[in-house]
Structures are given as structure tokens and as C-alpha cells.
Design a binder for this molecule. Structure first.
Ligand SMILES: *Cc1c(COP(=O)(O)O)cnc(C)c1O
Length: 387
């Protein structure tokens, strides 16, 4: 009866519809599916964080509208954590803003800065919202391919001059979803210098900095000198503290960018329920106590899956961070066909790499969001199918 807005009509078809259909069919047949498709922690939120929510939920002051930029106590806790964790100083009043999950921040950064005709530089394969946010606001996406031979880092020198002339914003995401790649301060410095030179809003999606293994600790882009002139970093409690359902994250960095994002938000949302912010304060204050055991769980799972994959004949390095394993597809199979085979022959659900962008063809993504015994079972089944 009603025509959808053109921006909605232009949305790509849901890429995982076919997999979802097959998954439902297998479940209906009683197949014991192992789901390595979802990127959502299966481990519950630590008990003390939940308790802080239940203690604060009864306070009448917490029943009123929160500030869309966040309680000052939350912003202070974010600043204190950045100082302890990264050695980065933030002014909670001007350089920190709460988010209803970092997904919201990704989408609203485009509302804040993208006009029709503007170009946004987007890594591919990548988190889909960078592209969709751009398109919703009439911007044009220029894809920066992340290739294995380049360590899954974009080649900034390959961006054509005419594109650069119209480039308004760039997205980066390290540790990376879906490739599991990490970067170091030298690439982040190159990106900051590039953004300053070309007057580009530099957005760093840092959702996975805390899930590092073997002692690896990922950097913040704000550790780079001059980053605060051009860069905003989105961070989230979702993946870090098993809090995806709580919807709390933060944008930090360049005060001008934080202020514009906050201006958008004050017009479209009314912030994060305060008890959730109070629980997040406790999480950040005791971050390392909560994170030690969480990292151990993922590291053990990573080792289980990688050992099994290596025994099954796959060649790939162990990811140093994130809960993703980016597996090169063997034997010339396409990502879609190999995903279908794993489902049909082994009852294992994975995500085809090209679903995250064309350069992801030839890879599949597996997640570590299942218990180690299920991962063990998955690799046993994998060893039985002929590659
Ligand atoms: C999960 C994820 C997000 C969104 O996280 P929320 O804070 O829960 O909205 C953003 N970016 C990347 C790369 C992610 O993987």
C-alpha cells in the first residue's frame, strides 16, 4: 500500500537469508547444528555488573530521561579507563559521549557528516553499517579492499585523487571484524596523518580492543599524536563484557566530532537507561578483573578450533584478537558453496566471507561464541569431510 523510502528500497537483499533457510530446514530434520555463525557472546554478563543494575534500578532518579550524551559519572569512568588502559587523556565533558551501542554511533556519524555527493572510505570485507549508514544519507561509498597479502590493512595510497577530493569520512576497525586482523600504532599513525592531510573525518571502530590473546593488547587510535584533531573512536561494552543486549557504548576523541554526534543524538534519542550506565561504570572500574577470565575462555576456544583446523589440513595463522576465525576456503570452492557443504555434510553453520564484501570471497568466518566442547566436536566433524 505504501512505497518504502528509496533508501530502504535500495537496501541489499538480506545476504544470510539462504543460510537461515537451510539452517531452519536442518534443525527441523533434527540435525545437531553447531552454530559458528553468530558474533554474539554466549557467556553471561559478569554477576557483579548485573547486581549493580538491580541495585540502581529502584532509584526514582534513574526512571527519568537520561542525558543523550550520558551521565557525567559514566563519561568520567570512560575517561579514567582510557587513561589507565591506553594512557590517553580525555575531557569527560567534551571528549566523551555515551552511545546506545556502537552500531548507533556508526549510523549517526553518517547523519552528522555525510551529505549527498560526499564519499566515505569503507573497508571491505567489513561491518555492514559503515556502508548502509553512508547510503542512508545519500553518500557514496568507496571501498578499500582488505587483502591477506597486505595484512588486511587498506592501501591508502591506492585511493584515487578524484575520490580523495570528495572524501569526507573514513572507517577503520582494528582488531577487525571479520578478518580477525590487528594493526599497530604505525598504521594508525599513517591513517591519522592521511586524514589530517586530506581533511577527512577519521572514525575508528574499536569494539574488539579488549579481546586480545597471548598478551596482545590492541592500541587506541587516540594514542597517535594529533589524532584528537581528526579522529573519533567508537568503543563498546558489548563484546568486551558480554553485554551485547545491554546497549551501551561510547564515542571518544576529537571534541568537534563528539559534539556534532551528540547534537544528532539529542535530536533522535534520549540516551541510555541510567541503571545500564551505572552498571557500565562498575564494569569499566573493574575492567581487568572481569576481562582476565573472559580472555582465557576465548583463548582456550581459539586454541581448540585452530589446533583442529590445522590437523584437518587448513593453513591459517591464529588470530591475535577478536572472536573471529577467518578461514581460507580450500580446494577452489566458493565461499557460498563451502558454507553450504559445511552445513550439509557436517552440520556446522558458518558465514561466507563474501557476505561482508567481495574481497571476502575465498574465506569463511567462524566465531568463538560456542563452548570448547562444541568447537572440538566441530573440528572432529570437519576432519571427516573430504576437502
Ligand atoms: C558488534 C560490532 C559492532 C556493534 O556493537 P554494539 O556496540 O553492540 O552496537 C560495531 N562494530 C563492529 C565491527 C562489530 O563487530
Amino acid at each position: 500500500m505504501f512505497n518504502k523510502a528509496k533508501r530502504i528500497q535500495a537496501l541489499p537483499p538480506y545476504l544470510f537469508a539462504e543460510i537461515d533457510r537451510k539452517k531452519r530446514a536442518a534443525l527441523a530434520k533434527g540435525v545437531d547444528l553447531i552454530d559458528l555463525g553468530i558474533g554474539d557472546p554466549d557467556i553471561p554478563t559478569p554477576g557483579r555488573i548485573i547486581e549493580r543494575l538491580t541495585e540502581t534500578v529502584t532509584k526514582p532518579a534513574n526512571h527519568r530521561y537520561p542525558s543523550s550524551s550520558g551521565m557525567m559519572e559514566f563519561r568520567q569512568a570512560v575517561a579514567d579507563w582510557y587513561d589507565r588502559r591506553f594512557g590517553v587523556t580525555l575531557d569527560p565533558a567534551t571528549e566523551v559521549c555515551s552511545l546506545i551501542g556502537s552500531k548507533e554511533g556508526v549510523a549517526n556519524m553518517a547523519v552528522a557528516y555525510v551529505d549527498p555527493g560526499d564519499v566515505v572510505l569503507v573497508p571491505t570485507p567489513g561491518y555492514p553499517v559503515y556502508e548502509i549508514g553512508t547510503n542512508f544519507n545519500g553518500g557514496e561509498v568507496f571501498f578499500m579492499p582488505l587483502r591477506r597479502e597486505n595484512g588486511f590493512l587498506p592501501d591508502l595510497s591506492a585511493i584515487p585523487a578524484d575520490v580523495l577530493g570528495r572524501a569526507k569520512m573514513m572507517w577503520l576497525n582494528y582488531p577487525n571484524n571479520p578478518t580477525g586482523a590487528v594493526t599497530d600504532e604505525s598504521f594508525l599513525k599513517e591513517a591519522v596523518d592521511f586524514a589530517r592531510r586530506h581533511k577527512i573525518v577519521l572514525c575508528h571502530d574499536a569494539a574488539y580492543t579488549e579481546l586480545g590473546f597471548d598478551g596482545y593488547r590492541a592500541p587506541s587510535i587516540l594514542q597517535v599524536d594529533g589524532a584528537k584533531e581528526v579522529a573519533i573512536e567508537l568503543h563498546s561494552l558489548s563484546k568486551t563484557f558480554n553485554m551485547t543486549g545491554w546497549r551501551i557504548a561510547m564515542a571518544v576523541g576529537c571534541p568537534e566530532l563528539v559534539a556534532t554526534l551528540a547534537q544528532v543524538k539529542s535530536n533522535v534519542d534520549s540516551g541510555v537507561f541510567q541503571p545500564v550506565q551505572e552498571a557500565a561504570i562498575l564494569a569499566l572500574e573493574h575492567a581487568e578483573e572481569f576481562l582476565g577470565p573472559i580472555r582465557e575462555v576465548y583463548q582456550e576456544r581459539r586454541d581448540t578450533l585452530l589446533d583442529g583446523l590445522h590437523q584437518a589440513g587448513f593453513e591459517l595463522p591464529a588470530p591475535r584478537a577478536t572472536f573471529y576465525v577467518w578461514l581460507p576456503v580450500p580446494g577452489g570452492w566458493s565461499s557460498a558453496d563451502f558454507t553450504a557443504r559445511l552445513l550439509d555434510e557436517a552440520g556446522i553453520v558458518t558465514t561466507p566471507g563474501n557476505g561482508f564484501g567481495e574481497p571476502g570471497e575465498g574465506f569463511i568466518r567462524m566465531t568463538l561464541c560456542s563452548p570448547a566442547d562444541r568447537l572440538k566436536e566441530a573440528v572432529q566433524r570437519l576432519q571427516q569431510i573430504s576437502l
